[in-house]
Design a binder for this molecule. Structure first.
Ligand code: ASP
Length: 437
């Protein structure tokens, strides 16, 4: 059994949080590969080291004095170093980095030092070997990760050293320069590392007890989801749930590696387990896995009598949207009319063109637009197996005077999407959450 662990910045912000990480790693001998972010915020109003490094880069680029900001960054590591009683030569590391700073130094190199230094410190603290991500995580000329090479590189490193700490967030370009992922990218490094060595589990340690059933800004202290499939997760995050960096899921999913979201501040809390499927699901309870949603959609309804006899009518309508570069979210339909649901922001600047082209090319009887609609996804792999769920959902919404503007069920039956007025959004989410309890 071998596990890859990734710790986010808030779990690595100070010497105190390093101690928690050590406790977690030492609690389970299979926790062999540790991926770290840069130190995050220690308290509200604090600044993440990665943000400080971006500011440092801007100062250097525009010839502004950068000493103060660099001192701040150094002090973050000095605090961890002293508090953990480390012995390595941190000052020389800092001097070496400073020696590389000039107007031409790339932003990727500068910001990657946040993870680099943290991994060096964590490696010593755990007694694990430090492995620089520049030595294994390689990007191709197309700017994408060269998975084959990357997997091979890490697998052979791990053959030699089975307990390692690696910095997240960056790798190396074919020319040897450093390249970072987008913000929050240490999640991806962890997933790639897990896939590279065919780990038994990828544990993603953060500062919350898993993925919440619903947005905590709408429902206070919601229940965390205990188990969710990758497909359910995709539905939830597409509809607005902030979960993991999007690219994270792909490497572990493709190798069927279970992904756990765990809380560094509450190591025994169950967290959320994400897998391709669960064979031992009990059928009855908790038919809603999670609920997420977004405001500000528009529903454009096009009606024409005997539309069903006109072949190609919907296709020609969709072409109008395609030509204007408008992405379509849903197409609920009836016999003589259908609706196209889009984000309002997507049609804002081209509404006039859109309507006139629809009229010209399709000669509909009417085109109606309803704005300020929210879409809410009720996601659950057990929706398909349980009879009467839709009835319960719509009854609950009706009893609470919530007007449903649109309904759609995904073909794979893992979600039901409803459209409500923006003004009913929070209320609808609360009603649905109560139903899921
Ligand atoms: N430190 C980087 C960031 O703040 C990457 C990460 O934490 O995942 O975006």
């Amino acid at each position: 059994m071998i596990k890859v662990l990734k710790f986010g910045g808030s779990s690595l912000a100070s010497g105190e949080s390093f101690a928690k990480v050590k406790r977690i790693v030492e609690a389970d001998p299979s926790r062999a590969i540790v991926v770290v972010s840069a130190p995050g915020k220690r308290f509200g109003g604090d600044t993440k080291v990665t943000d400080l490094l971006y500011i440092l880069h801007a100062h250097i680029k525009y010839n502004a004095p950068y000493n103060d900001i660099f001192e701040k960054i150094k002090d973050r590591y000095r605090e961890i170093y002293a508090s953990c009683g480390l012995k390595q030569d941190l000052e020389t590391e800092l001097v070496n980095i400073e020696a590389n700073l000039n107007k031409k130094t790339s932003v990727d190199y500068i910001v990657s030092r946040g993870e680099y230094l943290n991994a060096r410190l964590m490696a010593e603290y755990l007694g694990y070997k430090f492995v620089d991500s520049a030595d294994w995580l390689v990007f191709g000329y197309n700017g994408k990760v060269n998975f084959e090479q990357t997997y091979e590189n890490l697998a052979s490193i791990v053959e030699e050293n089975s307990r390692i700490v690696i910095p997240g967030f960056y790798g190396v370009n074919p020319d040897g320069s450093i390249k970072t992922f987008s913000r929050g990218g240490s999640d991806i490094t962890g997933a790639i590392a897990a896939a590279a060595i065919d780990a038994d589990m990828y544990e993603n340690w953060t500062d919350v007890s898993g993925i919440m059933t619903v947005d905590p800004r709408i429902v206070a202290n919601p229940r965390p989801i205990d188990r969710v499939t990758f497909s359910e997760l995709r539905e939830l995050s597409y509809m607005g749930a902030e979960v993991l960096h999007e690219e994270t899921v792909f490497p572990v999913r493709s190798k069927n590696i279970p992904l756990y979201i765990k809380n560094t501040n509450d190591m025994n809390a169950p967290g959320t387990l994400i897998m391709e499927s669960f064979d031992d699901d009990d059928k009855g309870s908790n038919f809603i896995t999670g609920i997420s949603g977004k405001k500000n959609y528009s529903i454009i309804t096009i009606a024409k009598s005997r539309m069903n006899e006109e072949i190609g009518y919907i296709r020609r309508t969709l072409e109008v949207f395609e030509n204007l570069g408008i992405s379509i979210e849903h197409i609920p339909s009836s016999i003589d009319s259908f609706s196209i649901v889009v984000a309002s922001s997507a049609i804002e600047s081209c509404l006039h063109d859109l309507i006139s082209q629809i009229n010209e090319r399709l000669a509909p009887d009417s085109v109606q637009i309803v704005n300020e609609v929210s879409l809410i996804a009720i996601v659950g792999r057990k929706l398909a197996d349980n009879i009467g769920i839709a009835g319960r959902i719509f009854t609950a919404l009706g009893e609470n005077n919530i007007n449903i503007r649109m309904i759609e069920q995904g073909a794979d039956e893992i979600n039901i999407i409803i459209g409500v007025n923006d003004t009913d959004y929070a209320k609808a989410i609360k009603v649905l959450y109560a139903l899921s309890e």
